[in-house]
Design a protein around this ligand. Structure first.
Ligand SMILES: NC(=O)c1ccc[n+]([C@@H]2O[C@H](COP(=O)([O-])OP(=O)(O)OC[C@H]3O[C@@H](n4cnc5c(N)ncnc54)[C@H](O)[C@@H]3O)[C@@H](O)[C@H]2O)c1
Length: 259
């Protein structure tokens, strides 16, 4: 007879885990880092801007969490090597969030080869470099792991106004996560993408301004998102609770796109 007693619920805690969140000096990355720290993880807080990385790590510690500032440009192999060497010295890595990313308000008529290559480097190559190190360490550690990439609604439906290079990288990250998920599965490593819709951050303010944001707001039935919404989704995927989810692109978009 099948038991009617429910099993203990799976945990959303991250006690004993070490995470790296790239681009965590502000915005979505900072919210993910603080969600992980509040759940008990030691969080490596990366950002290109060293002062932001330090401030974000300090805020976590001030709130009673554990964090380590790991500044550097994750689109460059030297910085990635330095960051992962520091994590190895702390006992390894269990969770990687490839969040660092940017965009430029350009259409195909303005995008130079330099700009195209720079967006590929920052948004895509960074995920490759960090995931390669993380997956190798996770395999050798033999305790599974979690890798998350930051996709976007633009990876599904294209960007609304220009941003060709950006949308291309986000669609690329969705395919990256699905393919890496197949390699990770036998090793107990899940790999997923999160596809936010429109989240109010510096990136959005810089590229769209207040007027543009008001226009975008009309496209989102449930209203614009906050960085904490993405932090909560990342915590789900990073924890035991998300252990059966791999190769997914998790939409967190307030109903902007229903697939
Ligand atoms: N805000 C949105 O509406 C939205 C929607 C979909 C996806 N996203 C994605 O979420 C991620 C975070 O976006 P955000 O809105 O918080 O942006 P943001 O610009 O507010 O923050 C991004 C952070 O990443 C850092 N960064 C940039 N390049 C880096 C590099 N090479 N190495 C290390 N750090 C780097 C920046 O210094 C910054 O602190 C990005 O990948 C973005 O594409 C954002």
């Amino acid at each position: 007879m099948v038991s009617q007693t429910p099993a203990a619920p799976l945990s959303f805690r991250l006690d004993g885990k070490t995470a790296l969140v790239t681009g965590a000096g502000r915005g979505i990355g900072a919210a993910i880092a603080s969600a992980f720290a509040a759940a008990g993880a030691l969080v490596g807080v990366n950002d290109l801007d060293g002062a932001s990385a330090a401030a974000s790590a300090d805020a976590i510690v001030a709130a009673g969490g554990r964090a380590l500032a790991l500044p550097g440009d994750v689109g460059t192999p030297d910085a990635v090597a330095r960051i992962f060497d520091a994590l190895a010295a702390q006992g390894g890595i269990d969770i990687l969030v490839n969040n660092a990313g940017t965009t430029r308000d350009e259409t195909i008529f303005d995008i130079t080869l330099e700009s195209w290559n720079e967006l590929m480097r920052i948004n895509l190559t960074s995920a490759f470099l960090c995931s390669k190190r993380a997956m190798t360490m996770m395999r050798d550690q033999g305790r599974g792991g979690r890798i998350i990439v930051m996709g976007s609604v633009t990876g599904h439906q294209g960007a609304l106004y220009g941003h060709l290079h950006y949308a291309t990288t986000k669609a690329g990250l969705h395919g990256f996560a699905k393919t890496l998920a197949r390699t990770g599965a036998p090793l107990g490593i899940t790999v997923n993408a999160i596809a936010p819709g429109i989240v109010v951050t510096d990136l959005l303010r810089r590229t769209h301004g207040d007027e543009g944001i008001a226009v975008l707001e009309k496209l989102v039935p449930a209203g614009l998102g906050a960085p904490a919404d993405i932090g909560a989704a990342a915590l789900y995927l990073a924890s035991e609770a998300g252990r059966q989810v791999t190769g997914a692109v998790l939409d967190v978009n307030g109903g902007m796109l229903m697939r």
